[in-house]
Design a binder for this molecule. Structure first.
Ligand SMILES: [Zn+2]
Ligand SMILES: [Zn+2]
Length: 315
């Protein structure tokens, strides 16, 4: 009986992820609402507002290394900027001059939140289910991508917002299913649209992955690619067709300035004129292509088999 309880505890713990939330906001003051709040051995009223004092988190005169919430639900807000609720408990700590908020989320709640963030709207069921399995695979394949947490809630890991009815239903329909390669979960990648063919990890300079991401044709994008043009000053152009170089330009010129890694460039009078197709890094599942396959009646298994041909879809 004890062993069963122990195994159950272990499996529950394995399914909980620590996710750093509101990670794109500089957090100096945070309001926290939860059934129970504790800081420095004291019980705080809810909601409470906390700030920083050196390496301590403080609510008025009460300070401690971390504020912890209990009760399974928490709402975090930054006045005038953002408020978000999560189905889990949180810890708020001080790290390098900023508050860091980490929530413990059940894997399936995190999948619902990532699907809501990464594939908003109400796509066809098989496309959203393919996305849910890709998101779950990503969470299952990695651990500890951040100092204080396993994952963050930005596109650095997976963009995570509050789950919606649609995303929660999809997580439930596909519960537990992940892409696996040689028995291990695939760190599944995905992006908005391609230029008619997806790219291999090495095509965009990604570190080698245990999963061999294949370049595959993508019918919807081939038929009707999302084309774009952009221009950059020649001295800022590295000429490297890598995702790192693309993000570096994006940081300097705006997030959509160089939309994808599928483009040709020409130099004209001190400028680099770029003509491209698609949106995002181009490796793994093409969300637009998945939507196109779903519209043609494909189920989530066919979609995933197409974009991850070397993986199997299992619990
Ligand atoms: Zn991250
Ligand atoms: Zn595509």
């Amino acid at each position: 009986m004890k062993l069963v309880a122990l195994l159950l505890t272990c499996s529950l713990q394995a399914a909980a992820l620590r996710i750093q939330v509101l990670s794109l906001f500089p957090l100096t003051v945070l309001e926290i609402e939860a059934p129970s709040l504790r800081l420095g051995g004291e019980v705080l009223p809810s909601p409470s507002k906390v700030g920083l004092r050196g390496r301590l988190v403080c609510a008025g005169p009460i300070c401690g290394e971390a504020l912890t919430t209990y009760g399974g639900t928490v709402r975090l807000s930054v006045k005038g900027a953002i408020a978000r609720s999560y189905p889990g408990d949180a810890q708020v700590m001080a790290r390098s001059g900023s508050l860091v908020a980490v929530v413990n989320l059940d894997l399936e709640d995190a999948v619902a939140g990532a699907v809501a963030g990464e594939m908003p709207g109400t796509p066809l069921k098989s496309a959203i289910d393919a996305q849910a399995i890709a998101a779950r695979s990503y969470y299952s394949a990695h651990r500890r991508r951040h100092e204080a947490a396993d994952f963050c809630d930005s596109t650095h890991c997976q963009f995570l917002t509050a789950g919606t009815a649609v995303s929660r239903e999809s997580a439930l329909r596909t519960r537990g299913l992940v892409l696996r390669y040689r028995g291990e979960p695939v760190p599944a990648l995905y992006f908005r649209s391609c230029g008619g063919r997806t790219l291999r990890a090495e095509d965009v300079g990604f570190a080698s992955s245990p999963y061999p991401f294949a370049a595959v044709d993508c019918a919807a994008c081939l038929r009707n690619p999302a084309v774009w043009t952009a221009q950059f000053p020649e001295e800022q152009w590295t000429g490297q067709h890598t995702e790192a170089a693309r993000l570096e330009l994006a940081r300097r010129f705006g997030w959509d300035s160089l939309r994808s890694n599928d483009y040709i460039e020409r130099r004209v009078a001190g400028k680099v004129i770029v003509s491209g197709k698609g949106h995002g890094h181009g490796v793994g599942l093409c969300q637009r292509g998945a939507a196109g396959m779903a519209a043609q009646g494909a189920d989530f298994r066919s979609i995933l088999r197409h974009y991850f041909p070397a993986a199997s879809i299992v619990e």
